[in-house]
Design a protein around this ligand. Structure first.
Ligand code: AMP
Ligand code: ZN
Length: 114
């Protein structure tokens, strides 16, 4: 998608601090971190929201989750814990309409979330 911020990061038309890349996915540091660890994991393929994920995307979505968990483990957050979040649509706070898994860690997380 030409006017999508995260597609532009995938295409290297915008800079990002990339921490993982493979054929299907990209992970990069959030530009406005909400915790000491705040990484976004995205599919290279454009999917606007979780509502647009199709059965064919099942493996891809699982892949994103495993990348996030792997980064958390590598950075030493496995035992103490971390949070994975995917906001969907305005009331949840989605601002970029290309699905992304937030990986947050390094501080005590509150529940219920704000
Ligand atoms: P959401 O509000 O769930 O859609 O999350 C969007 C996230 O993208 C926010 O946490 C932003 O800080 C982050 N973000 C926006 N633009 C960029 C960018 N150019 N590079 C990295 N993260 C970004
Ligand atoms: Zn996109």
């Amino acid at each position: 998608m030409t006017d999508c911020l995260f597609c532009k990061i995938v295409q290297r038309k915008l800079p990002a601090r990339i921490v993982h890349e493979d054929e299907k996915a990209l992970a990069f540091e959030d530009v406005n971190p909400q915790a000491p660890l705040h990484v976004l994991v995205i599919p290279k393929k454009h999917i606007s929201t979780s509502l647009e994920a199709a059965p064919d995307d099942n493996e891809l979505i699982g892949h994103l989750l495993r990348i996030a968990a792997g980064i958390a483990r590598e950075r030493g957050f496995a035992e103490r814990g971390f949070r994975l979040v995917m906001n969907t649509n305005p009331e949840a706070g989605q601002t970029v309409y290309h699905i992304h898994l937030h990986l947050l860690g390094g501080r005590k997380m509150h529940w219920p979330p704000g």
